[in-house]
Design a protein around this ligand. Structure first.
Ligand code: SF4
Length: 378
């Protein structure tokens, strides 16, 4: 555990060291629809650009109305934190990610860059053909940039490494279930975030040792079990705050939490199609949940599976995908009498204010109060 947390906290040093050790290129991406396997098969290291708040004297001049995570991302580039990155991939996704990426590229024109179109309607009839075509174009660009051919064997290896990582992280999530809850929400979040900024093969080795250690822990005592929903996250501060109040976040539905690991690549002869289908088939982000509105039901399914008592919806300020999607989540939670608390955050969480709201939710859920307010825990 310490190891993964150290890597998450020291992610820049880790990536620089990886470059030195392997001689490979490091490529950043913002959005979780980026098919990392293709880049990994090319021998490069895909890393998720994660927000980290620092005093910001840069972004106001360059971006207007962006959510804070994307401001932080640009700010970090401007402050030289990502000076080791060789390329940046822009994905068809929310406009603030796109804006942050293109503004970064205006400031750093020397970076390798590519715009990858991921269909906004993943269930659309033509989406898989479009995705396959985009995969092919990206493969050619990578081969030209790196001066090498990406072979089927390399793609198979990347698929294997990534699927193994998802399987191991799913095992970590299994340890959050009610019958054997041995891991805190903050620990789980730090593990899954660490895996997004490091070589998955190295992460797998750490996880293979870590999981038996976690399994041998004594289960935690019972406490209020919460689910976290909303915009993606960059640290485990909210989970820690919840734990300080005697509750635990036992499951999340976040783009870079459970949704990052929930489905695998199903191998097929056409490797690029196989990888593309995995990304189209991942749990829909709020932005791409356009046709069938699957997210609310998925949230409910996870809520039930992990026997949560209530839901925290943490939306980043100015996050339009989650702002427009939230009505559907609220509707479902109300219809099913699930207590929830919604709040807006930016990359620096207003601690006292957030604590007050979460505390109120926990108090409502606690036995007695729950019945008083008419919520059934049966
Ligand atoms: S927090 Fe919301 S608006 Fe900001 S990058 Fe993420 S999805 Fe886009």
């Amino acid at each position: 555990m310490e190891n993964l947390k150290e890597i998450l906290d020291g992610r820049h040093e880790y990536a620089k060291d990886w470059k030195k050790r392997t001689g490979g290129k490091v490529v950043g991406y913002y959005d979780v629809y980026f098919p990392e396997e293709l880049l990994y098969a090319a021998g490069a290291l895909p890393i998720r650009i994660l927000a980290r708040h620092e005093a910001d004297d840069n972004t106001d001049r360059q971006m207007y109305g962006n959510c804070y995570p994307t401001r932080d991302m640009l700010n970090q580039f401007m402050n030289g934190r990502y000076d080791y990155v060789d390329g940046l991939i822009d994905i068809e996704s929310c406009q603030w990610w796109h804006n942050a990426c293109s503004t970064t590229l205006v400031n750093f024109p020397g970076l390798f860059s590519h715009y990858f179109f991921v269909p906004d309607y993943p269930d659309g009839r033509k989406s898989k053909d479009v995705m396959r075509s985009e995969m092919g174009v990206f493969k050619t660009r990578l081969e030209e940039w790196l001066g090498k051919t990406i072979t089927d064997e390399a793609l198979d290896h990347a698929i294997e490494v990534y699927n193994t990582n998802r399987n191991l992280l799913r095992q970590v999530y299994e340890l959050r279930r009610f019958d054997r809850s041995v891991i805190l929400g903050s620990e789980a979040m730090e593990i899954v975030l660490a895996c997004q900024v490091m070589d998955k093969a190295e992460a797998n080795k750490i996880l293979e040792k870590l999981i038996p250690e976690l399994e041998s822990r004594e289960p935690h005592g019972d406490c209020v079990r919460l689910m976290l929903v909303g915009s993606e996250t960059y640290d485990a501060e909210l989970e820690k705050l919840v734990e300080s109040l005697g509750a635990n976040i036992v499951i999340d539905e976040l783009d870079n939490g459970s949704s990052y690991i929930w489905n695998n690549v199903i191998p097929q002869k056409d490797r690029l199609m196989a990888i593309g289908l995995r990304y189209l088939g991942r749990p829909h982000s709020a932005l791409k949940d356009n046709v069938w509105r699957r997210r609310p039901e998925r949230i409910y399914e996870l809520f039930e599976d992990y026997q949560a008592d209530g839901v925290i919806i943490a939306k980043q300020i100015y996050c339009h995908p989650h702002g427009t999607d939230m009505y559907a989540v609220w509707k479902l939670l109300r219809e099913r009498n699930i207590p929830y608390h919604t709040f807006e955050r930016d990359s620096t969480m207003p601690y006292e204010e957030t604590k007050l709201g979460v505390e109120a939710l926990i108090n409502m859920i606690k036995p007695g109060m729950t019945r008083l307010y008419g919520w059934s825990k049966a």
